[in-house]
Design a protein around this ligand. Sequence first.
Ligand code: A3P
Length: 282
Amino acid sequence: MIHDYFHPLSTDIFLTAFMRCGTTWLRALMFATANRHLYKFSDHPIHHTGPHAIFPSLDSKILLEYPVSTFDRLPSPRLFATHFAHSLFPISMTSPLSACKFVYVCRDPKDVLISKWHFMCKIRSEELTPISFNEAYELFCNGVSEFGPYWDHVLEYWKASQESPEKVLFLKYEDIKREPSVELKKLAAFMGMPFTAEEEKGGVVEEIVKLCSFENLSNLEVHKEGGGVQTFTQLVVEYKNYFRKGTVGDWKNYLTEEMRERIDSITEAKFKGSGLTLGLGL
Ligand code: A3P
């Protein structure tokens, strides 16, 4: 269990998401927001290191560096990224009585499938047989994924956000794409660091949106061939693999009508009665 390895502080903020839902983007947005008084946008650490090096991943660090002593040196609020399901966290962290916060980002399941398939193909060992798209599609629809069934992952965080909106902020990739400034202001307020009128007038919100844009991040030296890497227990992932297209609706280039219908009907059935919609009617 996490609490055997990790000691949360009341000020911690966890960025949580199923894989390929926009963690890299949110890492950059949250770090730039939390540390906006420390750095100039023209010479920002994100330009040099990218968001992964400055925003630790709980999943990989816990497995690699037990006990996780390096976390003690992180500035407050400590920011951590994780793909863990909400139900995997101890109640001492998820209960409304605990002060730590969760920012969850989700995405149209159809785009998650496409993005995940491309990612898995890139990072898969060359000794293994490649995964066909049809195989990836079947596994995804059947809920066979590294972090559990996608829909359950989303639903757990959605319910938690409905129960405790001050503790769990639920964001959608598509909303951030459409209105990045609006969503960023929501994020900053949730993190307890709302933008002042003066900051808004001075263009700080737009500066952060620009710094963290797909165009800026994907073109950084550290995200190119031979740039940085993220190390997991049995896997080294090159930073460049966290960037592909960064668009909404790429599934249209891959899914047949029958496939779209199947995924949408799973979404409808799973989310029925929850008040949540995701990727339907697009
Ligand atoms: P695509 O494969 O659809 O392009 P994660 O960071 O959770 O692994 O998610 C990766 C997905 O987010 C990829 O989607 C990637 O291209 C996209 N992405 C990365 N940085 C982004 C950014 N700054 N803005 C929008 N999308 C971004």
